[in-house]
Structure formats: structure tokens, C-alpha cells
Design a protein around this ligand. Structure first.
Ligand code: AMP
Length: 190
């Protein structure tokens, strides 16, 4: 099972990705989480990514692709597959990912798009800021991240649509309800 989760920030991708990856015993790969870990540990990579992340901008593709390649080469990805959360984030990353997977004789077999309107996403992220204190969860940066999602990330959906891989999921509802919808799609697919 090789799945990509797409959706605006605050759509619940991270929450669902954790649940689903546990349930299906696949690797959860969140580029945002990996980057935040680097930032916290002040690694070279973290230092390079910091200014982009603080502004809500995308980190350069080369940094992201090096991270992903390293993961594939590490042999740490589970046998049952993986779930990308927050990656790919633009057409170029999608193409580079296709190439990389091709090298390993693999391909993506499902793309799930979690849909939540902007006003709800903004509300959710401002609440998350109170709880988790993520520095990129301020109103200004949230707006920037949403703009980038609509302009730069969403085009990958069309590209995956051409490959007939996409399912849209209404991201409004309880965590359990959405997990069930996602599970139904993945179980039927399996
Ligand atoms: P996320 O946790 O997915 O919302 O990501 C948080 C931040 O990390 C984003 O606003 C970007 O600055 C950076 N980031 C995460 N994933 C990517 C990616 N695939 N490409 C570029 N930047 C990314």
C-alpha cells in the first residue's frame, strides 16, 4: 500500500495518517514532522529549512528530495508500504518522486484528498496554536500556507487524477468518521 495524503494545512492529514498507518502497518512519512525534528535538533538541514518554514513557504525541493531518498535507501520503510503526509507538495516534487519510486520498481497506488474549507481550517489551526504552540500557526502564516496549498500543491491532484489514483474525502466530521471513510477506500482497494 503506497498512499499519498493531500489536503490543506489543518485538514487533519497528520491525525489520520498516524491512525491509518498504525492500522495498516505501513510507514507514516511526514516531511513536516521530519523537518520540525531537524529544526529542534538544530541540524545542518534544520538550519537550511528554518527560514522557509517560519515564513510558511515551501522548503527547497532539493532538501526535501534528499530527505526522501535517504529514507528509501535506509531500508526503514515497512514491507507493507507507506503513507506520505505533506509530500509531494508541488508538481516538481511529484515528478521527482515518480522517478525515485521507479528506481525502486514502485509506484503510488492511491491518493486521498482531504477536503476542508479555508475558514474551518483557519479556525482549527488557530486552536491548535493554543495547544501545541507551532510557530507557523499564526493567522498571517496560516493564510500564506493556504495560498501556497491552493496555488502550488493542488495542481498535483489533477496530475494524479490523470493516473486515476484520486479519491476525495470530506474532511468535516469526527476523527472516527473520517478514519472510517479512509479505511473503507483503502480496504476496498486492497
Ligand atoms: P506541514 O507539517 O506538512 O504543514 O509542514 C510544515 C512546513 O514544513 C511547511 O509549511 C513547509 O515550510 C515545510 N514542508 C513540509 N513538507 C514540505 C514539502 N514536501 N516541501 C516543501 N516544504 C515542506
Amino acid at each position: 500500500m503506497r498512499v499519498v495524503f493531500v489536503g490543506p494545512p489543518g485538514a487533519g492529514k497528520g491525525t489520520q495518517a498516524k491512525i491509518i498507518s498504525n492500522k495498516f502497518d505501513i510507514s507514516h512519512i511526514s516531511t513536516g514532522e521530519i523537518l520540525r525534528k531537524h529544526l529542534k535538533e538544530s541540524t545542518e538541514l534544520g538550519k537550511k529549512a528554518k527560514s522557509y518554514m517560519e515564513k510558511g513557504e515551501l522548503v527547497p525541493d532539493s532538501i526535501i528530495m534528499d530527505m526522501i531518498r535517504a529514507l528509501f535507501q535506509s531500508g526503514k520503510i515497512k514491507k507493507n508500504g507507506f503513507l506520505f503526509d505533506g509530500f509531494p507538495r508541488n508538481i516538481r516534487q511529484k515528478k521527482l518522486l515518480d522517478h525515485l519510486l521507479n528506481e525502486f520498481n514502485l509506484s503510488i497506488n492511491k491518493v486521498l484528498v482531504l477536503e476542508v474549507p479555508d475558514d474551518i481550517v483557519i479556525e482549527r489551526l488557530l486552536k491548535r496554536a493554543e495547544k501545541e504552540g507551532r510557530t507557523d500557526d499564526t493567522r498571517k502564516i496560516i493564510k500564506k500556507r493556504l495560498q501556497i496549498y491552493h496555488k502550488i500543491t493542488k495542481p498535483i491532484i489533477n496530475s494524479y487524477k490523470e493516473e486515476e489514483l484520486v479519491n476525495f474525502i470530506d474532511g468535516i466530521g469526527t476523527i472516527e468518521e473520517i478514519t472510517e471513510k479512509i479505511s473503507d477506500i483503502l480496504i476496498n482497494y486492497k
